[in-house]
Design a protein around this ligand. Structure first.
Ligand code: PLP
Length: 401
């Protein structure tokens, strides 16, 4: 088998063996429905209780009753947003940003068609949110503000505590939903300290399997459930609990909490080594996020005057996995909505590559990429129709060294 260097951890992550070990008994012998009355179901219902406590601690919620298990990050966002608006039918203004994940943006577009007035807050050229624009947008009719904690394509972190202050100072009844899918496991999450009403996470982004997520809804926030049926999850999300996967996300949250220091030091060191190595070796590389504060695992680099898809194909031939945008937008030739909102110059937007590391990334892997990438870029540069521009860029970089 060819080498596999997986640097696409913002798309999904490898399941940690320790997570799988905790899940396996609930896929084999402990298969009882956790809502049943007999003793056989006790282990399942207790395991779910423990997982809920682990998620509570992971995000520093006050009470584990504020945690709802879902199937994914998209379901968490849809439940929070649709659930809030269905409960509160009086206010018709909602706010989000231009750089949200499609699970929020496409829902907002749908809500706009249903008659909601929507404001999409912009970002600057480094991907940093315009807080003045947010401040000006919130008014007495604002039902909900939905803002991600960290961006999936750039890793740029939003100042959630400050955002909550702004929103609540303009309208104390406006609810704040935070999509923390790309922040969980990479930076500390504290819903109480940051004034968050609702928050979504997704297990497969921090080494649990795909198919499980969680939604925090604080005790002061009311939602109408999206999925109606049995009384599971205190009536907020019907459907027989997915015990093994809930156990998995609980264990993954515990491990992520323990591993935060490693993310913030070692994963960051490797990310910085990769980033500096690319920028120093390749004259037509630019860091798309400038000096913006980012999660420690993500780097978004534009290669000017060439096509990202071609770079990805060459990388793939060498066993290296990266991405040219979010998992959902790659595959389309449209440049990413996030990089467009940042006004990344057209010369770099088509050649932008997202590198995302994890606790499993090794130094040897980073060295391998730094060894192979310059040759790949040279090859792709050589067939670019912009030879004059590339030469000018090369001359400029050499003159500046
Ligand atoms: N929000 C963000 C920021 C994401 O990056 C993703 C997935 O890429 C999601 C939400 C959706 O999560 P899921 O794939 O679990 O539905």
């Amino acid at each position: 088998m060819t080498k596999l260097i997986y640097l696409d951890n913002n798309a999904t992550t490898k399941v940690d063996e320790r997570v799988l070990d905790e899940m396996l008994p609930f896929l084999k012998e402990e298969y009882a429905n956790p809502s049943s009355m007999y003793d056989f179901s006790k282990k399942s219902s207790n395991a779910i209780k423990e997982a809920r406590v682990k998620i509570r601690d992971f995000i520093n919620a006050k009470d584990e009753k504020e945690i709802i298990f879902t199937s994914c990050g998209s379901e968490s966002a849809n439940t929070a947003i649709k659930g809030t608006l269905a409960y509160n039918k009086n206010q018709k203004h909602i706010i989000t940003t231009k750089v949200e994940h499609p699970c929020v943006l496409n829902l907002y577009k749908q809500l706009e068609k249903q008659g909601y007035k929507v404001d999409y807050i912009g970002v600057n050229s480094n991907g940093v949110l315009d807080l003045e624009e947010l401040n000006a947008a919130v008014d007495e009719d604002t039902a909900l503000v939905s803002i991600m904690w960290a961006n999936n394509e750039t890793g740029v972190i939003n100042p959630i505590g400050k955002i909550s202050e702004i929103v609540k100072s303009k309208n104390k009844n406006t609810k704040l939903f935070v999509d923390a899918v790309q922040a969980a496991g990479k930076i500390p999450i504290d819903v109480q300290a940051n004034g968050v009403d609702m928050l979504g996470i997704s297990g497969h982004k921090f080494h649990a399997p795909k198919g499980v997520g969680a939604l925090y809804v604080n005790s002061k926030t009311m939602i109408t459930p999206l999925i109606v049926g049995g009384h599971q999850e205190k009536g907020k999300r019907a459907g027989t609990e997915n015990t093994p996967y809930i156990v998995g996300i609980g264990k993954a949250a515990e491990l992520a909490q323990e591993g935060l220091k490693y993310e913030l030091t070692e994963v960051k060191r490797l990310r910085d080594k990769l980033e500096k190595g690319i920028l120093s070796r390749i004259y037509n590389a630019r860091l798309n996020t400038g000096i913006a504060e980012r999660v420690p695992n993500t780097s978004n680099i534009g290669f000017e005057y060439i096509e990202g898809e071609l770079i990805l194909l060459h990388l793939s031939d060498m066993g290296i996995c990266a991405s040219s945008g979010s998992a959902c937008t790659s595959g389309s030739l449209e440049p990413s909505h996030v990089l467009r909102a940042m006004n990344v110059p057209f010369t770099a937007i088509h050649g932008s590559i997202r590198w995302s590391l994890s606790r499993f990334t090794t130094e040897e892997e980073i060295d391998y990429v730094l060894d192979k990438l310059p040759g790949i870029i040279e090859k792709v540069n050589s067939i670019s129709p912009y030879q004059k521009e590339l030469q000018a860029l090369k001359n400029l970089k050499t003159a500046n060294v």
